[in-house]
Write a protein that binds this ligand. Sequence first.
Ligand code: ATP
Length: 306
Amino acid sequence: MSNWVIETKGLSKSYKGRFAVSNLNLRISRGDIYGFLGPNGAGKTTTIRMLLGLIKPSKGTVELFGRPLKTDRLPLLRKVGSLVEYPSYYGHLTAVDNLEAIRRIIDAPRARIAEVLEIVGLTKEARRSVKGYSLGMKQRLGIASALLGQPELLILDEPTNGLDPSGILEIRELIKSMPAQHGITVLISSHLLSEVEQMAGTVGIIRHGELVFQDTIARLQEQAQSSIQLRVSEPEEAMLKLFRHGVEEAVMTASGITLPGAWSDAEMAELVRTLVAGSHDIYRIEEKRKSLEELFLQIVEGGARL
Ligand SMILES: Nc1ncnc2c1ncn2[C@@H]1O[C@H](COP(=O)(O)OP(=O)(O)OP(=O)(O)O)[C@@H](O)[C@H]1O
């Protein structure tokens, strides 16, 4: 069995000759939470619609659970739960009645309603009419509907859009529990890295319809370039000594000397020895890392390709 729950090859969609999604090779492994990131209009929803068979690719293929979506559409989609944009529900009905309407269509066991309400934390509110729910509760109800058919894969398009911080936290905790507690692989899209970085194992970043990064969060973090900030006495002289000692790049800033790049412990020790031998006082040595968010913005706005 393929280890990829989702695999796309050269997936593309064009509208009137313009590519909204271009040549996407996504790979989402079983048990992962995959953060699908990109600014508004980058092509996330278009991609998700193709993954769910809602629109046809112009080019390329989608495989779910190792099988082509094109030929095995119905059995494959039965294993997928999704929430695309805002969930639809009947406001005057209770959560139980809303779920019952869907349960009948997909022919899930009646007992599943109580289970999914429990998973999303709506058991106590289940008999209230949905129109009185907060947006966060409505989103959780949407996730409950997606879980009714006991999916192996959950696809969520911007599920935290418009939620307040506590609503975001609730959805995040809920999603985090999916792989370990329920054996469900999750693809979640967002335009904010900060929303997915605490739960995603892997991230795919899409810009102008193209995938510009796909790897683990840890690998993304490694790409965030670091630097060393030094505060020493007589900094100009110290900088000259460092150049003489073979340091290739150093920049004088208001806060001292900046040495770009990653420095090993041995290299740092050598550098400190040089400065101390040159009678400089060392006041501060700090390692500065670009935050993941800064790196993400640089990728999606600045055009950096990793
Ligand atoms: N039916 C359509 N007809 C024409 N152009 C479309 C259509 N659907 C999407 N597009 C275009 O494709 C591009 C990608 O849109 P898409 O909705 O997939 O982006 P997104 O990353 O999901 O953004 P958002 O977060 O704003 O939904 C946009 O330029 C959009 O205008």
